[in-house]
Design a protein around this ligand. Structure first.
Ligand code: FAD
Length: 310
């Protein structure tokens, strides 16, 4: 058994494992895919102190850093169940899809999230070639250009406001007949000169020249007419889904799928901590996930030195 088992091998998990191992604790890290979302990222320009890097390079560096310590690193393991300890200081158990199960006095959950896809032709082909999901990350790549933001909830409208300050022109596209964001955001967006808002518009296809995005087609759901918007970028903002399905019915508190944590990354279950995109922590970013993972590890340390094993 481990003193600390980290589930998830993205930036949050790597940071949690390293901080734990540095306390001299027996540490394991198990992940379905080491590196997490970072593996899917092209250019990264907001990892402070590193002006430019690329996802696979940063993912490799994370793994390398983990290897510097005595950490049991287990890749390609998908957690299917968490069985929390029945008493304070007791053992938690994590069951994996291959039938294996691991026990630990403290568990740090860092299973991240995934962007909800539009599911239209061209989206996957042009991902990172004009199709983007994170305005904080990729907004500056579209300086002066034309972009669409798909999704009229809070995240879509916030993204459109953010991007309107950077890019040349923004078209916000909402499927429903009205925007679903807070009124103050909608008012702000409407006041911006370089923004068009389309409602009742169903995105149908991402078009490109084989290298880069060149247009988006959509159907006006009221008239049934098809339209084409020429543009260079498409930001899909229809939801970030936490990878926490396996944690339902464990007694762990979730809010819309996000693991509810306090300022110390503690969950409602004693000895179970969580960090990164899978949690209620606002702003899903690499540097934040790393900070939160470190915090969760220090909290696990505090928990372990205060609670005798049973
Ligand atoms: P993740 O990176 O999602 O890692 C989750 C880990 O958990 C993975 O190892 C996964 O395999 C594992 N896992 C999931 N479910 C299970 C399970 N059931 N059992 C076991 N393991 C499981 N952020 C920036 O700061 N800058 C950027 O430029 C940037 N660009 C991005 C570009 C793209 C295309 C995407 C998708 C994201 C981008 N982000 C960027 C966001 C950033 O990648 C995330 O905020 C960050 O990776 C979150 O880290 P995490 O460790 O919480 O989760």
């Amino acid at each position: 058994p481990y003193e600390v088992l980290v589930v998830g091998g993205g930036p949050a998990g790597a940071a949690a494992a390293i901080y734990t191992a540095r306390k001299g604790f027996r540490t394991g890290i198990a992940a379905e895919r080491m590196g997490g979302q970072v593996q899917d990222t092209m250019g990264i320009e907001n990892f402070i102190s590193v002006p430019y890097t690329e996802g696979p390079k940063l993912a490799g560096a994370l793994e390398q850093h983990v290897k510097e310590y005595e950490i049991d690193s287990m890749n390609l393991l998908r957690a299917e169940k968490l069985i929390p300890a029945t008493q304070l200081g007791g053992m938690h158990e994590v069951v994996f899809s291959n039938g294996a199960s691991l026990k630990a006095r403290s568990v740090i959950l860092t299973t991240g999230a995934r962007w909800r896809n539009l599911g239209v032709p061209g989206e996957a082909e042009y991902r990172n070639k004009g199709v983007a999901y994170c305005p904080h990350c990729d907004g500056p790549l579209f300086k002066g250009k034309r972009v669409a933001v798909i999704g009229g909830g809070n995240s879509g409208v916030e993204a459109a406001i953010d991007l309107a300050n950077i890019v040349g022109h923004v078209t916000l596209i909402e499927y429903d007949s009205k925007l679903r964001a807070d009124q103050v955001l909608v008012d702000k967006l409407r006041s911006m000169k370089n923004v068009d808002i389309l409602v009742s518009a169903q995105s149908t296809e991402v078009l490109g020249d084989g290298e880069k995005v060149s247009a988006l087609t959509y159907k006006n759901r009221e008239t049934g007419e098809d339209h084409k918007l020429s543009l260079e970028g498409i930001f899909v903002q229809i939801g970030l889904v936490p990878n926490t399905e396996f944690l339902q019915d464990t007694g762990l508190e979730l809010n819309r799928g996000e693991i509810v944590i306090d300022g110390h990354c503690a969950t409602n279950l004693p000895g179970v901590f969580a960090a990164g995109d899978a949690t209620t922590t606002p702003y899903k970013q690499i540097i934040i996930a790393m900070g939160e993972g470190s915090k969760a590890a220090l909290s696990a340390f505090d928990y372990l030195i205060r609670n005798e094993p049973v």
